[in-house]
Design a protein around this ligand. Structure first.
Ligand code: GDP
Ligand code: MG
Length: 665
């Protein structure tokens, strides 16, 4: 610093004063090769280490930026002359503030904003300013406060975003001061109110800035401090203006001022002799960065406005669909849900279109898609809920349809199931189709499949029940028939009795099997299932026959049979008249013959005779067919013989006594 002491506020004392300016970036966006030399030879700052500061200005064209800088810092930037109104040379200009270790940057751009032109240069220069400066003066007219476009807020959003991405995320939390200078302040609106409006705008912009990973929740105040000040109209109140500018200058030069702007933590920590390298590096990075292929101001504006319009429309949308949630969650089916959803959504989109379609068409289309997708995804939840409820209802319908039909008579099971299935699937499809909205890719294939599986399950269950019911019916009819013929054949037992019974059994069984197979067709049973049913039928039928035989041949019944057979022979003569015993009758022989005759019934009944008959009754673990042929065990046969003999003895004695009685008379 030429051996001159500097204080940290950047004030220099006794340094060679200069107002030489350098165009550090020209109209072709090239970085100057003379910065190093100017730092040394023109501004004498190259040796100042960290003891210098940098101020840049940001704002619309022709808002008196250069005028203000010149007044504040004693610089000599080009000011558009009031009479000629010709454009000053485009680029970034740098100069040193008079009597201070402060570099000042002035930006001259084209006045493209009002014409909605490309703002590539403005964006780059703003970003460059933000990445290099300690303090940025944001210059705007009072009437621009609160106007998104006018106050350059859209541009700010992009600059914030890219700055955060490119520089600050990497650099950590060093701050920059944004000093808002409100020009031509009339005074009707107090500065505090204007400041509030701007703060609110900035917060909003910051919220919409997309933040790099890890910095999602960072606050604007982590990176920026804010100051707000106002200046009177320069042309209408020139003295007042000068007065206020001198006061404002104090903030830059007097480090004891309560609003002194150069706080240590605003420093970018770049030694002055390296500044030219640093600045050029930043510019290169900005020039080569793809992220800076940024949208035009019109697009920015469109994004901002479309978002606002979408927010309003979407809030109204949410209010309208609120009512759907409760009934759907409660399992209800909302009548006309499809048309209602379609109407609400289309109204929302129409509302959005009405205001948003005037903006930049690509942005508008993109945002329209966004709100459409957002609305659709909200409605999709109701769609899925209603599908679920429809499916439940369809299952209930199916169940009650078949129950109803199966209560009746003469139905064909397969037909009942098919009709019910068609009915409820139609019901489901029709209702599902009615809630598929246009401009969506909603499907219900999966739900249909699930419904069909549910139906299959119920159908299978009820088929099993119905089959059981049918087989029970057949078995009952079967039993009635065998009961009849067993009783009949047992009444007068003959040696061919078993053949008759078993043949008859076989005949009835065959018929029953035919019926079973015929009915099974209506259940769509498989071959295997049919074979199993037939096998069961045979076994159970045989067991029924066996049971009937056992019932008929219980001990007492059997003894009765024996006695009947015996009495027939012993007590009645050939004409069927009761015998009167005479002394010459050979009672003993007659008795023996009758009794032997009766006892022949025991071996006859002891085992079912199936010789010569083809009978296919399957055996299993619990049931052995061959064993089931034996009716009377050896023991039982013996037992019955003994009991019968004892009983018949009484007849013998009775006969003997009757002869004695007649002769004694
Ligand atoms: P820049 O493009 O933002 O740098 O603006 P200039 O400093 O070149 O000024 C543009 C025009 O605005 C000039 O004619 C100035 O005389 C005029 N001007 C400068 N300061 C003020 C101000 O405070 N109020 C008004 N109304 N005009 C000003
Ligand atoms: Mg200017």
């Amino acid at each position: 610093m030429n051996g001159v002491a500097n204080d940290s506020n950047g004030q220099a004392n006794g340094v060679k004063k200069t107002s030489t300016q350098l165009q550090i970036i020209d109209e072709n966006q090239h970085f100057t090769q003379e910065l190093s030399q100017s730092m040394k030879d023109e501004w004498h700052l190259a040796d100042s280490g960290f003891n210098y500061n940098l101020v840049a200005v940001f704002g619309s064209q022709s808002t008196g930026k250069s005028t203000l800088l010149n007044r504040l810092f004693g610089t000599n930037f080009d000011v558009m002359s009031e009479s000629a109104r010709r454009q000053t040379t485009k680029g970034i200009w740098m100069s040193r503030g008079k009597d201070m270790n402060v570099l000042i940057m002035d930006v001259e751009g084209t006045d493209g904003r009002e014409r909605g032109e490309d703002q590539d240069f403005e964006r780059k220069s703003a970003l460059f300013s933000m990445a290099t400066s300690n303090v940025i003066i944001v210059n705007l007219w009072e009437h621009q406060v609160g106007l998104y476009q006018g106050a350059n807020m859209g541009l700010l959003k992009t600059v914030f975003e890219v700055n955060l991405q490119l520089f600050q995320a990497a650099r950590g939390k060093e701050k920059t001061l944004l000093l808002f200078v409100i020009r031509d302040h009339v005074g009707a609106t107090p500065l505090a109110n204007l400041a509030n409006t701007l703060t609110a705008d900035l917060d909003r912009i910051w919220q919409s800035v997309s933040k790099p990973e890890g910095l999602e929740n960072c606050s604007i105040n982590d990176y920026f401090d804010f100051m707000f000040t106002a200046l009177p109209h320069k042309l209408l109140l020139p003295e007042k203006f000068e007065e206020e500018v001198i006061k404002l200058r104090e903030r830059f030069v007097n480090q004891n001022h309560k609003d002194f702007v150069f706080k240590p933590n605003y420093s970018k920590r770049v030694p002055a002799d390296g500044f030219h390298v640093y600045a050029e590096g930043i510019w290169d990075q900005i020039m080569s960065n793809k992220d800076l292929d940024l949208p035009t101001q019109q697009e920015l504006l469109a994004q901002y406005r479309c978002d606002e319009i979408a927010t309003v429309a979407f809030e109204a949308f949410l209010g309208k669909i609120k009512g759907f949630r409760q009934p759907i969650e409660a399992g209800k089916i909302i009548e006309g849900l499809g048309p209602q959803m379609e109407e609400i959504r289309n109204t929302t989109i129409k509302q959005f279109d009405k205001d948003a379609s005037r903006y930049h068409s690509d942005v508008y289309k993109r945002k329209r898609n966004e709100i459409l997708n957002k609305a659709n995804s909200q409605l999709h939840a109701f769609y899925l809920g209603q599908l679920k409820n429809l499916s439940k209802k369809a299952i209930t319908m199916f169940n009650s349809r078949i129950q109803e039909k199966l209560k009746g008579e003469g139905y064909d099971f397969a037909e009942v199931v098919l009709n019910a299935r068609n009915e409820v699937e139609d019901y489901f499809k029709k209702n599902a189709e009615s809630i598929v909205l246009t401009e969506t890719d909603w499907t219900y294939d999966e739900e249909i499949t699930q419904l069909q599986e549910g139906i299959d399950e119920i159908a299978a269950k009820s088929r099993i029940e119905e089959t059981k019911k049918m087989i029970n019916g057949l078995e009952k009819a079967f039993q009635a028939q065998i009961n009849e013929f067993v009783t009949l054949y047992f009444k007068s037992p003959t040696p061919d009795m078993w053949t008759k019974i078993v043949n008859k059994f076989q005949e009835v069984l065959d018929k029953t099997e035919q019926q079973l197979l015929k009915k099974a067709k209506s259940f769509n049973s498989s071959e295997e299932e049919n074979a199993k049913s037939v096998e069961n039928l045979r076994k159970r039928s045989w067991q029924q026959l066996r049971k009937k035989i056992d019932d008929e041949l219980a001990d007492n019944m059997f003894l009765l049979k024996l006695r009947e057979r015996f009495e027939e022979k012993f007590r009645y003569d050939d004409e069927g008249l009761p015998k009167v015993w005479k002394p010459e009758d050979d009672i003993d022989a007659h008795f023996r013959k009758s009794r032997d005759d009766a006892l022949k019934l025991i071996p006859l009944f002891a085992k079912i005779q199936i010789e010569g008959i083809e009978l296919d009754i399957p055996s299993d673990e619990e049931f052995d067919f061959n064993e089931s042929l034996i009716i009377l065990s050896e023991t039982r046969q013996h037992d019955l013989t003994v009991r019968f003999k004892r009983e018949s003895d009484a007849f013998y004695l009775e006969a003997k006594r009757s002869v004695v009685a007649t002769t004694a008379r």
